[in-house]
Each structure stands twice: as C-alpha cells, then as structure tokens.
Design a protein. Sequence first.
Length: 512
Amino acid sequence: MEQREEIIVLDFGSQYTQLIARRVRELGVYSEIMPYHISMAELAAAHPRGIILSGGPSSVYADDAPLPHAGIFDLGCPVLGICYGLQVIAHLLGGEVERAPRREYGRADIEIDDHSDLFQNLASHIDVWMSHSDHITRLPRGFVVMAHTGNAPIAAIKSEERPIYGLQFHPEVAHTPKGLEILANFVLKIAACSGNWSAEAFVDSAVQEIRSAVGDKQVLCALSGGVDSTVAAYLVARAVGRQLTCVFVDTGLLRQGEATQVCDFYRNAAFHFVFVDASQRFLRRLAGIIDPEQKRKIIGEEFIRIFEEHARKTGDIDYLVQGTLYPDVIESVSVRGPSATIKSHHNVGGLPDKMGLRLIEPLRQLFKDEVRRVGREIGVPTEILMRHPFPGPGLAVRILGEITQERLHVLKASDKIFIDELQANNIYDEVWQAFAILLPIQTVGVMGDERTYENVIALRAVTSMDGMTADWAVIPHFVLAHSANRIINEVKGVNRVVYDISSKPPSTIEWE
Ligand code: XMP
C-alpha cells in the first residue's frame, strides 16, 4: 500500500498538543501524537513528512527537562517547534534559553521580518497567542530571526541550512487567527504534503485492514446506541458483513424512548443484531446503592455478565470491536502518562482478557468530529451521528442518590422535555451535551393552595471540543423558562428546576 503522508507531533505536555494534531488533520493530512521520548527507530519507521514539537510546561534548562533525541533533526524531514518546542530546538542545536524578565501571556502583535516559506502570504503584522516564561537569548548557529514583538526580539526563527523552524507563539489556537495559514505553510508547502487525507480515504483503508485482519473469523460488538460504537460497528460490517454480531443491552438506564428508537434503527443493519432487555436485572442490583463509583462498578460487572451470556450463544468468537477514539489513545501515550482515573469508565473494559478476544478498534486514530464524518460517509443516519455523548452507566450517574423505578421515571420525563425544547429551538446541535439531573434533596414549593415538598431537577448544557474541558452553555432565557415550566407542570414529583452554570474544570460535565 502507498505510504500515507503523516505529520508527527511530539508531545512535551502542552494542553494544546491535541489541538495541533487536529489542525493538521483539518488541512487534510494525517497527524499522530507521539511522546517526546519515542525512539529514533520508531520515529523513522513512521516515515513522517514533518515533525512538530509541541509546547510544554517545562524549562529546557531544568535538570529533568523533557528532551527528544537530537537525531530528529537529521531525519531529513522538516521540523517545526512551537513555544517549548522552539526552545528545545534552540537548546539542542547550541543556542541559549533563559528565564524571561517578564512572562508573556496572552495576545501579542508580531511583526514579520521574513516573509519566505513559513510566513508566505501573510501581512506584516499579525495577532498571535503567547504563553511562555522562557525565551531564547542566543540563536543556534545558522539560525535567523523571522519575526519579533515589542517584548520578544525572537518570536520566530528558522535555520538557513535545514528546514527547521520555531515559533514562540501558538499557531494552533483560535486566538492566533492566521495560525492555520502558518501551519498550512509548514505542512503543505515546506513538508510538501498533498492534503488528500479524507473520511473517504479513511473508510477505504479501514475496511481493507479489518478484512485482512479478521479473515473468516467471527466478530462481536457491544452497541450502546451512541455515535462511536455505531460507527465502529458499521465500518466492521462493511468489511465483514454478517460475521459481525452486535449485542445491544437495555440497562433500563437509557433515556426515554431510546431503546426502541435504537433497536428500530439497528434491525435494518448489515450485521446480526441481538437485543437484550435487562432493565429489571440492573434495577435489582442497584437497589440501595448511593455511591457513584459503586454504581459504575456494579453496572460494569452486570453488563459484562449479560454480554458474556449472549456472546456464548453466538458460537466461536475471535474478535471484539470497541469504539475507542484517539483522545483515549493519546491519554495513555502522552508524556503525562495515563491520567489519574477520576471516574472509572465503564464501556466493556476487562472483557477482551476475560474472554480471550482480540480487539478491533477501527476508530482509534480519529477525533469525535472525524468519527461523525466517517459515519456520514458510510450511511449512519444523522439522528445517531448528532446524538450527544452519553455515559456508559447512563442515567445511574444522573440520579444522585438511590436509583428506583419512580426516580428513573421523574428523570427520564424531565430530560425528555429539556431535550425536546432544545431541539425545537435549534439548540441541540449547538451544544456538546445537554441533560437533566435528579438531585437527592427535596424543597418546599406551593402548587394551587397546597404546600409541596418535592424533587429538584438540575439542567445542564455545555459546549466543548472533546469533553476534556467544557463551558456551560448560554441558553436563551425563554428556552430555560419554558423547559422549567413544562417540567414542573408535566412531571409529577418535581417542584423546582435549576440551571447549572459551572465550567469544567473545576466541575465535571456529569454530576457523579
Ligand atoms: P466528565 O463528567 O468526566 O465527563 O466531565 C466527560 C465526558 O465523559 C462522559 N462520561 C462517561 N462516559 N462512562 C462513559 O462511558 C462513564 O462512566 C462516564 N462518566 C462521564 C460524560 O458524559 C462526558 O461526555
């Protein structure tokens, strides 16, 4: 197969590393993140067309500074250092980096002194986003300054001998409006990539790969009704058709009407479809449980048990499909290492080992928006593709306190009203996630002439790129008012509605 064009981003721990890879992909070029300490052999094996060194929180002169192998400059492909990455270039190639007299953080205006390659077709002054405390005080031999600011005499550099460039600012963030053009100059001109990586190209190569990996073996997949597992299953079905069996378990913790809607859709798919209604089993196991982590654990265990029971009926299975996405993969390879488990995630963890299955993760190279594009390409309907993410443990982590049939009913009915209102007002697709939460308290109200003492529903809607950070969504007051009014009037047992205005961090998106 023809070698795919690839730009490698070496991660030095910047909060923007993922964003760099996303931007390169927006330019139609496949980009992958690797830890800064990757071996030269592995790096060379990827045949990168270019290497981008990310920013990072360290100082190159610190004893334990993360530094890549100096051989990266001899691979022959162009290198671009961003912020800390620029300082890495200066430090490794004989320049000098010191603490700046003043931290530079936020917007800055740079003046471009050299309009060749990296800055071609840009105006003389551009707005950029700076975030650094160190700066270069002496350039490495053979390097020249390409841009400066009032504060920083060295805002961008390049080697006159080799295609090595460095930017003190962040071209990947939205606060650098011309940033994508600078990255395009690096990726498409300097690294000479053609920019032909697309959803269509991805589907073709994924289908081929799955087909040759699976051969005539049987494949199993746990469908959740969400975007990731559905797109993963559709891709695998396109490759191996009815060698794939998909199991969809109704935990009873799904949103109102969801199980029926999802079943109707899957029944027409090109794979074997197995539906299991296990709602009563889950309710029984969750009776009296209040602790969120315990809820997650019980749901995870029960899910695996049910899945196994049904998988065994399918016969000899060799492979398990999982809808793992690139951000999950990056988590485990990033310089920070696997991040501390803040919430234990459910999905089908543990299953492959237990059942001796090999994994197929056809989406492990993709970001969420790319998964949606691939889904569109292979005919997954928009209703499924545009669904908000939904946690594996479902409504269990949105019912604070005990989960009972009655409390599930109150939450499902309230959630449905909120979502219907968002859809009716064209807000649903604008937000990353929106939902209702049932709080474990009761408050006083008055209905007619009677005092009530009933439940509180919290509404949450957030905007986000990837779920890692999020802002609360500014929903028009009339939509909130109408949702609250309907919930209080139509859902028996609710006499108060509040709107959550916390961002992540420091809050999380879910309440448990
Ligand atoms: P938090 O609440 O951690 O959520 O800000 C970030 C994203 O992850 C989803 N989430 C989960 N997904 N199992 C999942 O599969 C879980 O236990 C879980 N907890 C949170 C959440 O809905 C949001 O999209």
